[in-house]
Ligand binder design. Structure first.
Ligand code: ADP
Ligand code: TZD
Ligand code: MG
Length: 576
C-alpha cells in the first residue's frame, strides 16, 4: 500500500497495526532460529539488511557474494541449520549461485535468497534493472527453488525453504524475492498468524531392522573389514554413537578429508596413514556418510585392489545405493539412527582377525615414521613438510581451532600431515576440489563457533577470496591465514618459452601477501623459516587478532596438480 493510499483510509483503518514484507521476512527468519545472514547489500535488499541488523540478526557484509555464499554453506554444515546468503539481483545472484551449487554438491544445507526485478518486465524481457529469470536459472543447481509473490506467503515460503534445505539429504535451496514483495503491506495480526515455525525440520529416518541385520551379517563375515567415514558422518553430529560403533567393532577406520577428527587421527584404529593398503586389501567396507565418487575412485579399479569387495553403505539418500558399484547391504536412514541401531543389534562382538589389524597398524606406523624426519626439517627456503610440521604441532596444541584448507600441494600435503582431534574441525575444498572457499569458510567458522580459525592456503587458492581479509579485519575475527607462497599454481618455476608473457601457472615472484592484511589494520608477517612461521602462528592464535602470514615456500617444492596429477590430461604432441 502506498503512503497516499494509507492517508486516504478512514481513521479506524489507518490505526490498524500494519506490517510489510521486510518485517515479515525478518520475523519469519527469527522465528525459525536464524541468527546470522551472510550478504552483500544493494538494490533491493539494502534496507532489508539494515533492518535485520536492527532486529538483532547478525549480518556479515562481504565484498563478493561468492564468499558470502561459501560462508553460508559451511555455516549449514557446522550447525545443521541452513546457512543464509542474501544477494541482489542478476549479477549478485549469479555470484552467489556457485556457492549454492557447491552446497548442493556437498550436501550442506543453505538458502540463497536473492532480490529480483519486476516479474512483469522480466517475463516480457523488456530490459529491467538487473533483469534475469533467476528462478529458472537456479533450479537445476539446487535441491529446490521457490519464489514468493505475496506478503501473506512469506511465512510458508520460508518454512518450505528451510525444510527443503535440511531434511533428507541436505542441500542448497534458492528463494526468489521480487523487489515489490519487500514493500507489500498487510495487517500485522494477519501477518503474525501467517508465519510458520518449522517443527522437526529434519526428522529422524529410522532404518529398517532387516537392513541392519543384513549389514551386521555381512560385517560379521569379514576377514579384512574397513570403515570409511565421510563428511556426512561429521555433519550428522552423532559423534558419540559413531565412536562407540567404531570402537565396539574394532574395525580400522579411514576418515575422508572433512571427517578427520570425528575420531582423533591418533586413535589406535585410525588407518589414515595406511590408506592405500586398507582400500586395496579390505574385503568388507562400511561406508558411513561418504559417497563412492571420484574421491574414492568410484569404488573400483586399481585403488581397490583385486580382491572381491562387499560394501555396506549407511546414507540418508536411497538413490546413493548402487550409484557406482553394487552395495551388498544398503542401510538407508539418518546416520545417528542407523549407527545406534547397528550398535544395539551387535550384541557381543568379536574383534576383526588379528592379522588384519596388525597389517594395518604396522603399515600405518611405518608410514608415520617415514614422514616424521621430513616434518622436522628447518630448511630455508621452506618446503611443504617443514612448514606443515610446525602447523601440525600448533593444531595438536589447539585441538579446538578450526582448520580451513585449500590449494593443490598445500591441500594434499596438509591433509596428510596435520592431525585433527575433534569432529568438524577441518573444512576444505570438498567434493568439487574447488578453490575459493577459504575466506568465506574462515569467516563463518569464526562466527558460528566462536573458535579460533587457522587457514592454510595455497597462494593461488587464496587469490580467489583474498579481498575478504578486509571483512575479517572489519569484524575483528580470530582468523590466522597462512599463505604457502610458492609463487604460483602447483609450482612457481614454469617458463613460457614462446614469448615474453609469463607462464600461465606462475605469479609475481616474491609477492608479499602479508601487506594486504596490514592495509586493513590486521597483522601481516613474512615468514621465511619454520621457526619464524611457528612464532608468528602461535602469536596470532594467542592474540586472536586478524593475521596473515606470508610463508615463503621453495617455488620448486610442489608437483603439478598435487596428488591428483593422474586426472590432468596431457598432450603427447605438446612440444616440450
Ligand atoms: P566425503 O566427501 O567426505 O566422502 P560425501 O559428501 O561424498 O562425503 O558424502 C556425504 C554423504 O552423507 C552423502 O551421500 C549424504 O547423503 C550423506 N548424509 C549427509 N547427512 C546425512 C545424515 N544426517 N544421515 C545420513 N546420511 C547423511
Ligand atoms: N578454479 C576453481 C574454482 N577451482 C579449481 N580447483 C581450479 C580453478 C583449478 N585449481 C586446482 O585444482 S588447485 C589450483 C587451481 C587453480 C591452485 C593450486 O595452487 P595453490 O597451491 O597455490 O593454491 P600449491 O600449493 O601451489 O599447489
Ligand atoms: Mg602455490
Amino acid at each position: 500500500m502506498s503512503d497516499a493510499a494509507v492517508k486516504a483510509m478512514p481513521a479506524q483503518e489507518a490505526e490498524r497495526e500494519l506490517t510489510d514484507g521486510f518485517h515479515l521476512i525478518i520475523d519469519a527468519l527469527k522465528l525459525n532460529g536464524v541468527k546470522t545472514i551472510y550478504a552483500v547489500p544493494g538494490i533491493p535488499i539494502t534496507d532489508f539488511l539494515r533492518m535485520s541488523q536492527a532486529e538483532g540478526i547478525r549480518v556479515l557484509s562481504f565484498r563478493h557474494e561468492q564468499n558470502a555464499g561459501y560462508a553460508a554453506s559451511i555455516a549449514g554444515y557446522l550447525t545443521k541449520a541452513p546457512g543464509i546468503c542474501l544477494t541482489v539481483s542478476a549479477p549478485g545472484f549469479l555470484n552467489g549461485l556457485t556457492a549454492l551449487a557447491h552446497a548442493t554438491t556437498n550436501c550442506f544445507p543453505m538458502i540463497l535468497i536473492s532480490g529480483s526485478s519486476e516479474r512483469e518486465i522480466v517475463d516480457l524481457q523488456q530490459g529491467d534493472y538487473e533483469e534475469m529469470d533467476q528462478l529458472a536459472i537456479a533450479k537445476p543447481l539446487c535441491k529446490a527453488a521457490y519464489r514468493i509473490l505475496h506478503a501473506q506467503d512469506i511465512g510458508i515460503g520460508i518454512a518450505r525453504a528451510i525444510r527443503s534445505a535440511v531434511s533428507g539429504r541436505p542441500g542448497g535451496v534458492y528463494l526468489d524475492l521480487p523487489a515489490k514483495l519487500f514493500g507489500q503491506v498487510m495487517d500485522a495480526e494477519a501477518g503474525r498468524k501467517s508465519l510458520v515455525k518449522v517443527i522437526d525440520a529434519a526428522p529422524a529416518q529410522i532404518p529398517a531392522p532387516d537392513a541392519i541385520k543384513r549389514a551386521l551379517d555381512v560385517l560379521k563375515g569379514a576377514k579384512r573389514p574397513l570403515i570409511v567415514l565421510g563428511k556426512g558422518a561429521a555433519y550428522a553430529q552423532a559423534d558419540d554413537a559413531i565412536r562407540s560403533f567404531v570402537e565396539k567393532s574394532g574395525v580400522p577406520f579411514l576418515p575422508m578429508s572433512m571427517a578427520k577428527g570425528l575420531l582423533p587421527d591418533t586413535h589406535p584404529q585410525c588407518a589414515g596413514a595406511a590408506r592405500s593398503t586398507v582400500l586395496a586389501q579390505s574385503d568388507v567396507v562400511v561406508m558411513i556418510g561418504a559417497r563412492l565418487n571420484w574421491l574414492l575412485s568410484h569404488g573400483k579399479g586399481k585403488t581397490w585392489g583385486t580382491e572381491p569387495k562387499k560394501f555396506i553403505q549407511i546414507d540418508i539418500e536411497p538413490k546413493e545405493m548402487d550409484s557406482n558399484v553394487e552395495i551388498a547391504a544398503p542401510v538407508v536412514g539418518d546416520i545417528g539412527s542407523c549407527v545406534n541401531a547397528m550398535l544395539a543389534a551387535m550384541g557381543g562382538w568379536a574383534a576383526p582377525p588379528a592379522d588384519w589389524v596388525k597389517t594395518v597398524t604396522s603399515k600405518r606406523d611405518e608410514n608415520v615414521a617415514k614422514m616424521a624426519p621430513r616434518l622436522m626439517n628447518n630448511n630455508v627456503p621452506m618446503d611443504y613438510h617443514g612448514a606443515l610440521g610446525v602447523l601440525r604441532t600448533i593444531v595438536k596444541e589447539r585441538p579446538d581451532a578450526i582448520l580451513v584448507n585449500e590449494g593443490a600441494n598445500t591441500l594434499d600435503l596438509a591433509r596428510g600431515v596435520i592431525d585433527i582431534y575433534k569432529p568438524r574441525k577441518r573444512i576444505d575444498v570438498g567434493t568439487w576440489g574447488v578453490m575459493g572457499i577459504g575466506m568465506g569458510y574462515a569467516i563463518a567458522a569464526a562466527v558460528e563457533t566462536g573458535k579460533p580459525v587457522l587457514c592454510v592456503e595455497g597462494d593461488s587458492a587464496f587469490g580467489f577470496s583474498g579481498m575478504e581479509v578486509e571483512t575479517i579485519c572489519r569484524y575483528k575475527l580470530p582468523v590466522c591465514v597462512v599463505i604457502f607462497n610458492n609463487n604460483g599454481i602447483y609450482r612457481g618455476t614454469d617458463v613460457n618459452k614462446a614469448g615474453s608473457d609469463p607462464a600461465t601457472t606462475v605469479f609475481v615472484a616474491g609477492a608479499r601477501y602479508d601487506k594486504m592484511m596490514e592495509a586493513f589494520g590486521g597483522v601481516g608477517i613474512n615468514a621465511t623459516s619454520p621457526d619464524e612461521l611457528k612464532r608468528a602462528v602461535n602469536e596470532a592464535m594467542d592474540s586472536g587478532k586478524p593475521t596473515l602470514i606470508n610463508a615463503v615456500i621453495d617455488p620448486a617444492a610442489g608437483s603439478e596438480s598435487g596428488r591428483i596429477g593422474n586426472l590432468n590430461p596431457q598432450s603427447a604432441l605438446r612440444k616440450k
